[in-house]
Design a protein around this ligand. Structure first.
Ligand code: MN
Length: 352
């Protein structure tokens, strides 16, 4: 029997099946983002709502792997969840497993050993184009959905047997809206469709405060992070008619603002706002290696279309990697030399 990465059941039957389970574990991809956290939260809250009177212990809990975004604890609130560090192994024997916002073993690596023999009692809800069908026996895969949360809103409605998404409890609607907001760049990206706005509108009718969610998720940075960004942008350099943008942060900058390495994530996106820029290389001076040699981390981002670069190929030249439009590497060189090496590699890289 050949299994393909596609829908093989209905949301109705997954909802009916989940209503019959006592203990459910809800999983998502490692390093969860807003959609991963929102979709898992919404499902956990929904299942615990219907099982509330039947059990002492929570019927459902979310398991997360890898680092969490800074807003996670604030939005998770009282949602039962566990965080597993890299390499730690989960245990337990739930009746059902739900996987949201992925179905790919590379994104479920830490839980694969535990999940694979239990895939027959797992259901997955995803919107990615690629995945591994053997990760769950029940699958709803809708690549036209902008976010897993868009599908999960309907799943939660069905589990709760409500006539409309507008009737979802506010805390569940908020979780769904967060995933739709974050996966669409707050309704700006090319994945925005009429269906996105219809579901978002229904979630607003359920009581979501869109501006408050935006503030919690996108406007809760530490001061140190914004000061570090300002330093990086003030040193921005453009090359080749503005096609390439280079920016960097030194260890002295981190010390000056009492910032941590994690505070520098996502900086490359800001330089993409310049019209001419096709590729951004963001350099971060790291701790020297065990032999005291300098190390510079580079994060590469490319726009789609003319002038773009397959940055995965560029990163691989420095023993790094990633995706076509987002990749990174660790270069054993001082920051100035790392910039020269990467700029040369970008100039040699084939266009897209
Ligand atoms: Mn997603």
């Amino acid at each position: 029997m050949t299994d393909t990465w596609s829908t093989n059941t209905t949301l109705e039957s997954i909802a009916a099946w989940l209503r019959m389970q006592r203990r459910t574990v809800v999983l998502t991809h490692s390093k969860p983002d807003g959609d991963a956290i929102g979709s898992t939260m919404a499902i956990v809250r929904t299942l615990n709502l219907i099982h509330k009177s039947a059990l002492d212990a929570p019927a459902a809990e979310a398991w997360y792997f890898g680092p969490m975004p800074p807003f996670a604890e604030k939005v998770l609130g009282d949602v039962p969840h566990r965080n597993f560090a890299y390499r730690s192994h989960p245990g337990g024997e739930p009746d059902a497993i739900v996987i949201a916002d992925t179905g790919s073993w590379t994104q479920l690596e830490q839980v694969k050993e535990w999940l694979a023999p239990r895939a027959s009692r797992a259901a997955l809800i995803d919107h990615h184009r690629h995945g591994d069908p053997d990760s769950a026996s029940r699958r709803v895969v809708e690549p036209t959905a902008a976010a897993a949360c868009q599908i999960v809103a309907e799943l939660c409605r069905l589990i709760l047997q409500l006539p409309s998404v507008t009737k979802l409890p506010r805390a569940i609607a908020e979780a769904c809206y967060m995933g739709m907001g974050t996966d669409t760049g707050w309704f700006r990206h090319s994945n925005v469709t009429p269906a996105v706005f219809r579901t978002a509108a229904e979630l607003l009718e359920a009581g979501v405060d869109s501006a408050e969610l935006y503030r919690i998720v996108e406007q809760s940075d530490r001061e140190a992070r914004v000061r570090l960004l300002a330093r990086a942008l003030s040193g921005l350099e453009l090359f080749d008619g503005g096609r390439f943008a280079l920016m960097g942060i030194t260890r002295a900058d981190f010390a000056e603002f009492h910032a941590e390495q994690g505070d520098a994530g996502g900086f490359a996106d800001h330089a993409q706002n310049i019209e001419s820029v096709r590729v951004v290389a963001m350099f971060t001076e790291s701790e020297p290696d065990e032999r005291g040699r300098p190390v510079t981390k580079v994060s590469l981002r490319s726009k789609d279309g003319a002038g773009g670069v397959d940055v995965n190929q560029v990163a691989r030249r420095f023993d790094g990697g990633g995706h076509i439009r987002a990749a990174g590497a660790r270069i054993p060189a001082p920051i100035g030399e790392a910039k020269r090496l990467v700029l040369a590699a970008l100039r040699e890289a084939p266009g897209s």
